[in-house]
Design a binder for this molecule. Structure first.
Ligand SMILES: [Zn+2]
Length: 631
């Protein structure tokens, strides 16, 4: 969540300067052999990415000596645009999208195994992160060229930028033996991608236009499209089965690494001829009005407004919802047969990926919670014991149901820290709400004791963090796990600044959570428990929410709502013995949203607790997230 919201472009060099590779890492300077042409300028975007200003102009598109689909050569004029200096790297991808699909891993290598739709969705995410208007309609995949956000280049833009004023087969001339100076391709790449920007750029400063990965263009491919191509800003045919790829890749011969060479692939890789790990992309965007560039005037606000502000014209759009997840959460190992296992999280992420929801969420990167925050609710002695136990030869913490492995202490700190990162994102208005797919869970963890699969009390730590770090004085904890959140209740039992609401099966593990547990001292009335008999389902939970939670929350008027989101009351859960459905969890979510909107500007951070039937868990999380996204 470190993407700055500064909307301005900052020039790293004056427009008129001949820039080629000022501070561009290893992208070698020197437009020798290129065809001169206008001087390029390099700009740094709000997010810190480097783009090249490609001036508008006219060129001869296609090649008389090339393949059939490169003819007829025709004159094309393109408007100026900004183009990524390099192919989109895995580091850039990771900043915005959860899960790196690339075969050849490395932060500086181009991201690959990217479908056309993946690339378009990335463009939209990148636009939103910078407050720009996304170009792609995510239903129809249609591109709005008037939007100021990122998009894929048209085929004409790509070829124009690649040629950089040249008319030869390659931008450096006709002799393919020089290709190795400019490209990682079949002859020199050793069967893999290479870090971007490590060969010489073309004379406009663009790197890796040939080789490394073939680049998606925005256009649909049609073999004969040049015959009826318009001369002004052509955008390709309206319909077709395949989309254009340009530039050749690490596995291409010199013939494919030519400025005019066209390739095509189905946008979702159905019957792919190209190998997927040879396909990536780079982005372009419209040049902002000159006035905006030079005066530093802000661009109009994008759709990612303050989630709490009502009546925005974008109100019908889905809300931005963050997702905390990291593969490191799989490293806490509990041993064979333990229900709280790493597969719980993989089931969730797989489902979100398959249903396309993952793409729609804003990834939030966790960092381990600092001791200073862990000790807001746990004793320093307990934290020290968690940290040293495994090395001391301990195989479980306090109770037999909390087995630990080498990475357990670290993972537990990362789980708590993930929730803190979500609080930061929600408090800053970067997302309306966030879900934390973390483990180990937390709500049974006590000040000095692990229990019930829990090590650190993630939600309780987050409540204190929100208060102290963000000044969110009153925090409501809604705990719908089938088990009572004894640890959380106990930590705030005498505290009127945290309202704990628990609905759970009772009597049941851990034995607490009776209706007469209501808090004590100044905290009296700030603990609310609704015990349910075994076998209860959607109706019973919903009734508890409307009859007990809503009135209590209305009186309390929280500044932030945390959800201890256990999904072990699902009807398929092996532990819960209740009958909730995924849709039931969506309904509960909607009620919590109503509460959060009334006093907390919609701020919700939801944290995974239990849920042990992989399918029921994944379906419930999906329904929960979809409800969070509803406008
Ligand atoms: Zn539970």
């Amino acid at each position: 969540m470190s993407v700055p919201r500064d909307l301005r472009l900052t020039w790293t060099a004056p427009l008129a300067a001949v820039v080629c590779a000022l501070a561009l890492g290893s992208c070698a300077a020197g437009p020798e052999g290129g065809a001169g042409g206008p001087a390029p300028a390099v700009v740094t975007t709000a997010a810190g990415d480097t783009m090249v200003f490609v001036p508008g102009g006219t060129f001869e598109m296609g090649s008389p000596a090339g393949r059939d689909d490169e003819r007829p050569v025709h004159t094309v004029r393109v408007a100026p645009f900004l183009m990524d200096l390099c192919e989109v790297t895995q580091a850039q991808w990771d900043r915005l999208v959860l899960g790196n699909p690339s075969h050849f891993k490395g932060p500086d290598r181009p991201v690959e195994q990217i479908s056309w739709a993946d690339a378009a969705l990335y463009c939209n995410k990148r636009s939103r992160a910078e407050g720009l208007e996304p170009c792609y309609d995510e239903e129809t995949a249609r591109c709005n060229f008037d939007a100021d956000g990122y998009r894929l280049p048209t085929e004409a833009e790509w070829e124009y930028a690649c040629r950089a004023g040249s008319r030869t087969a390659h931008f450096f001339g006709d002799d393919p033996r020089r290709l190795g100076d400019y490209a990682w391709y079949g002859a020199n790449a050793a069967k893999k991608t290479r870090p971007v920007g490590t060969r010489q750029p073309n004379s406009w400063g663009l790197c890796d236009m040939y080789g490394n990965v073939a680049e998606w263009c925005n256009d649909v491919y049609e073999k004969d499209s040049y015959a009826q191509s318009p001369s002004e800003n052509p955008r390709g045919p309206g319909k077709g089965e395949r989309y254009v790829l340009r530039g050749g890749a690490w596995n291409s011969g010199p013939e494919a690494c030519r400025s005019a060479c066209r390739a095509a692939e189905s946008p979702g890789f159905q019957d792919a001829c190209f190998t997927r790990d040879a396909i990536g992309f780079r982005c372009v965007r419209r040049v902002p009005p000159a006035a905006g560039l030079f005066s530093g005037a802000s661009a109009p606000a994008g759709p990612q407004g303050d989630p709490g502000s009502a009546g925005a014209p974008a109100a019908a759009k889905p809300l931005q919802v963050g997702l905390v997840y990291d593969d490191a959460y799989l490293r806490h190992l509990t041993g064979p047969g333990h229900p709280e296992r790493p597969e719980r999280l993989t089931a969730i992420v797989d489902r979100l990926r398959k249903t396309g929801l993952l793409e729609q969420l804003v990834p939030i990167k966790p960092a381990p919670a600092a001791r200073e925050w862990l000790t807001t609710v746990h004793s320093a002695a307990y934290v020290a014991r968690v940290e040293s136990s495994y090395a001391d030869g301990v195989t479980y913490l306090d109770t037999l149901d909390v087995p630990i492995s080498e990475a357990s202490a670290e993972t537990a700190a990362l789980a708590a820290g993930g929730v803190l990162a979500a609080v930061d994102a929600v408090a800053a208005g970067k997302v309306a709400s966030a879900f934390c797919a973390v483990r180990p869970p937390g709500h049974h963890a006590r000040r000095d004791k692990a229990m019930g699969f829990c090590i650190y009390n993630n939600v309780a730590i987050a409540a204190r963090y929100a208060q102290k770090k963000h000044g969110l004085a009153k925090v409501l904890v809604v705990d719908w796990d089938v088990h009572h959140g004894n640890g959380t209740q106990e930590m705030f039992y005498d505290d009127p600044t945290v309202l704990y609401f628990g609905v759970h099966r009772y009597p049941f593990y851990p034995g607490t959570g009776a209706a007469d547990e209501k808090g004590e001292g100044r905290g009296r009335g700030f603990t609310v428990n609704v015990p349910l008999a075994a076998g209860g389902g959607d109706a019973e939970f919903k009734k508890a929410f409307t009859e007990a939670l809503e009135p209590a929350a209305a009186r309390f008027a929280p500044d932030l709502v945390l959800i201890s989101a256990g999904f072990d009351a699902h009807r398929d859960d092996p532990l819960g013995g209740m009958k909730m459905t995924a849709e039931g969890y969506a309904d509960l979510t909607r009620i919590v949203k109503r509460i959060a909107r009334a006093s907390a500007r919609g701020r919700i951070v939801s944290v995974l607790e239990g849920g042990y039937d992989l399918e029921g868990l994944a379906a419930s999380v999906e329904a929960h997230l979809r409800a969070l996204r509803e406008p």
